[in-house]
Design a protein around this ligand. Sequence first.
Ligand SMILES: *Cc1c(COP(=O)(O)O)cnc(C)c1O
Length: 344
Amino acid sequence: MSFNLDKLLRSTIKNLAPYSSARDEFSGEASIYIDANENPFESGVNRYPDPMQIEVKRLISDIKGVPIDNIFLGNGSDEPIDLLFRALCNPGVDNYVAIAPTYGMYRVSADINDIECREVLLDSDYSLNSSAVLEAVDKSSKLIFLCSPNNPTGNSLDRSEIVTILENFSGVVVVDEAYIDFSTDPSFTELLSSYPNLLVLQTLSKAWGLAGIRLGMAFASTDIIGVLNKIKYPYNINVLTQQRAIEALKSHDKVLEWVEYLNRERELLRDKLEALDIVKRVYPSQSNFLLINIENATAIYIKLQERGIIVRDRSRVVLCKDSLRISIGTSEENRALIEALKTL
Ligand SMILES: *Cc1c(COP(=O)(O)O)cnc(C)c1O
């Protein structure tokens, strides 16, 4: 399947003259900066941030094994998701295909941009059927969103099914790997050089423990990354976020420790949940949460809330009847959850 990004782009984006910031026009070293109307008095944040976040990207590049030019950084993963819709989909005309159930933000971003969603149900065991996804595609389909490990189901999607989609779709295939650090599967970033239509999303919000700084990563061909860079807000990642990300990326041993701890706790919690009569099923998980099937899920959700424990009630989500999604906490928190469930 041939991939032609120029043909895929909205014409307004293809023809756009992007904003050129002071830091775009001069990015070398100088002693006096009087080009950006900044306040000259040092406060640590009186200067605009690096618009291309090169220092952050250099560290990410080393850790992930992806060249800097294949990395885009956004204000959370939300930003590249929104930018992809705006770059590729003409409002009221084009559509995208996504699995269901999955992460809710794709739909919200598409709705804001007036882009039709073509939803394809996962199988009853939450596995991906590539032919069902490909059947939903028509000539106005610009994007396919896959999420692996998937939220809220927790399982990884079958690798060969994703590859089949990559090989048979001429638009952009997004593989959202927000939970990849918890998974035993390799990242799809390995396949970037084989598939020019692949875009992999990752984030510092989960395993990295930095949800508060809002830093999402997109990995893709230089052409796709170039488009995202062209339409992003010029200074989309602020100075404080860049500083904090650099600190964390320089000392990432902690992340491996957290992942080991949380994965171990996940399996302990699974055992304890499975031992409870009210729990009908605990689904396989390659992420830092468990989806469980439980009698009267919404009532349980409310009773837990009365005890100060907040889980996510997913029982109104398609294929998730009577399901709760539980993030893995500290061992004390997980124990408190089990104790509370025992009293219900
Ligand atoms: C949590 C999550 C994200 C992360 O979003 P950020 O905006 O980077 O915090 C992305 N995708 C999925 C599927 C998630 O569950």
